[in-house]
Design a protein around this ligand. Structure first.
Ligand SMILES: Cc1cc2nc3c(=O)[nH]c(=O)nc-3n(C[C@H](O)[C@H](O)[C@H](O)COP(=O)(O)OP(=O)(O)OC[C@H]3O[C@@H](n4cnc5c(N)ncnc54)[C@H](O)[C@@H]3O)c2cc1C
Length: 385
């Protein structure tokens, strides 16, 4: 079998590695001239890290990441704890550059081939043909469309709607761990609820740096990009009244970036002929549960396991579609709900929200992270084979 992958993000690289490891010939095409990510943090929870473990990827990734061990919800002014919970060793925080570098390295070690500077301009799902900006063609038995939230290949080959701005803007930055607020446990995962906005910060395990994200509700459209810089004066206006130490942590970041959060409903089916959607190309979601990258890893694992166990490709793709469509739809919806919960601004509802956070946070997070893809896979295979 010959597989072509479009896009070297978390989805494309993890799928590429998992398939190459099975001895499948994989060519991955990336439009950028190198395989790099932007310097920003990412959290990976057990539902994804356990799969990285099964693939033999976890040890090297865990070595470069950080194990926070605990997470806290606090109020935005005095930073008083609303609730806290233990996080097991399977919960990691990382710098995205380290994650992608590691996936890239392991993909190449598994004999996967990466072609950079190779933008795929179109695909033919019936024949598995990929066409490039330089007019050459490549034909594969299967094409994995992993070209992210702005997927142009999804637009032209799958039904579904355009990405939609969610009215959330994420401000993000990185700073030294020494700039954290000086209270106990500020070096764990800390989430703060403010009126109509929330913050998260955690260490990344790289160069003693901390990643922070501050989300505001703002209907003014902002670009969906890791690279758009925002003015510190605008940031200060948006987060007036927040704790001084938190503000000075944010101000110590050399630059602040602004990211418009977009979402896109899943298409009815995730495959068309020999082409299949994975990661953000299939199910971009608001990031309030930290699950977009985790789901990309689940997608990659699920597809490679199905291809390994089922010789009939059409059947493997249809089982993938059934499993991943349901799961991603559900997490997309839950992430949206979490967004409404995190951004309550009505002063009468805030105390009620905080009681909910105190009572149900642990159960809800455990429920989210304990999803076992292998269990669902074996049940599905029993019923379909
Ligand atoms: C503020 C924020 C915080 C987040 N935090 C978390 C978190 O803590 N945990 C978590 O799990 N997730 C998180 N996410 C979500 C996560 O970042 C994404 O879900 C994940 O990066 C998607 O990976 P991907 O491989 O599907 O897409 P991408 O990373 O977008 O990769 C797509 C790749 O395709 C390439 N490409 C595009 N078009 C073409 C083409 N035509 N030809 C060739 N190459 C092409 C692009 O250059 C790119 O390299 C967060 C998202 C945001 C916005």
């Amino acid at each position: 079998m010959r597989v072509g992958i479009v896009g070297a993000g978390i989805a494309g690289l993890t799928a590429g590695y998992a398939l190459s490891k099975q001895g499948i010939e994989v060519n991955l095409f990336e439009r950028s001239d190198s395989i790099t990510e932007f310097g920003a943090g990412i959290t990976l929870s057990k539902n994804a890290t356990i799969l990285l473990g099964d693939l033999g990827l976890l040890d090297s990734i865990a070595d470069i990441g950080f194990h926070p061990g605990k997470s806290f919800i606090r109020d935005y002014k005095k930073c008083n704890v609303i609730n806290s919970m233990e996080l097991d060793d399977n919960f990691l925080t990382l710098d995205r550059r380290d994650l992608v570098e590691q996936l890239d390295l392991r993909f190449k070690e598994a004999k996967g081939i990466i072609h950079t500077n190779k933008e795929v301009t179109s695909i033919n799902p019936s024949t598995g043909t990929l066409s490039f900006a330089n007019h050459q063609d490549e034909t594969c038995d299967l094409v994995l469309v992993c070209d992210g939230i702005r997927s142009s290949l999804r637009d032209s080959n799958f039904e579904g709607q355009e990405p939609r701005f969610t009215n959330y803007i994420a401000w993000r930055g990185m700073t030294q761990i020494t700039r954290l607020p000086k209270f106990e446990d500020s070096d764990k995962v800390n989430v703060y609820y403010g009126p109509g906005s929330h913050w998260v910060h955690y260490p990344t395990g790289r160069d003693e740096m901390v990643n922070f994200v501050a989300i505001e509700k703002n209907p003014k459209w902002s670009e969906e990009s890791w690279k758009v810089e925002g003015a510190k004066t605008d940031f200060l206006k948006s987060f007036e009244g927040w704790n001084d130490d938190l503000i000075s942590m944010a101000m110590s970041s050399e630059r602040l970036y602004k990211w418009g959060i977009f979402e896109r409903p899943l298409p009815k089916t995730l495959y068309n002929g020999r082409a299949i959607l994975l990661g953000d190309a299939a199910h971009p979601m608001v990031p309030f549960l930290g699950q977009g990258g985790c789901l990309a890893i689940e997608d990659a694992y699920c597809l490679s396991a199905l291809i390994n166990q089922i010789t009939d490709l059409e059947k493997a793709l249809s089982i993938f579609d059934e499993m991943r469509n349901n799961r991603s739809r559900w997490i997309q919806k839950r992430s949206r709900l979490q967004g409404s919960f995190n951004h309550i601004s009505n002063p009468l509802l805030i105390p009620i929200r905080n009681i909910f956070a105190k009572t149900f946070m642990k159960k809800s997070v455990q429920n989210l992270h304990s999803y076992n893809l292998n269990e669902e896979l074996s049940l599905k295979l029993q019923s379909r084979l």
